[in-house]
Write a protein that binds this ligand. Structure first.
Ligand code: FES
Length: 106
């Protein structure tokens, strides 16, 4: 069963500014961009770096350390050095509540 948990308020999110939250001990980066909200695992698949400290552009979040970008919809890296995807999670918006489920989408 998919369980959604409130992680923050929609009004707390700034456009293209990732917000790091923890859900059951799992670090998740919540990003509002292009009219949607996305949730992506907050650790780069290349090394132990927080993706929420990177920049968001064109629906991608960039790892600040070596520059791989991950698609916020699929978690796939667009370029080296990262080769493995990062988990992305389903998001629901209910009023001002942003809810995330740790069920992996892809
Ligand atoms: S740690 Fe993220 S690309 Fe190297």
């Amino acid at each position: 069963m998919t369980t959604f948990v409130r992680v923050c308020g929609l009004s707390e999110l700034e456009e293209d500014t990732p917000k790091r939250v923890e859900l059951d001990g799992t670090p998740v980066s919540v990003v509002k961009t292009e009219g949607e909200v996305f949730a992506i695992h907050d650790i780069c698949s290349h090394a132990n770096v927080s993706l929420s400290e990177g920049e968001v552009e064109d629906c991608q979040i960039e790892c600040w350390l070596h520059g791989s970008s991950f698609d916020l919809r699929t978690g796939k890296p667009s370029g080296l050095p990262a080769t493995r995807p990062v988990p992305v999670y389903p998001v629901k918006i209910e009023g001002d509540d942003v809810l995330v489920s740790l069920t992996q989408e892809s």
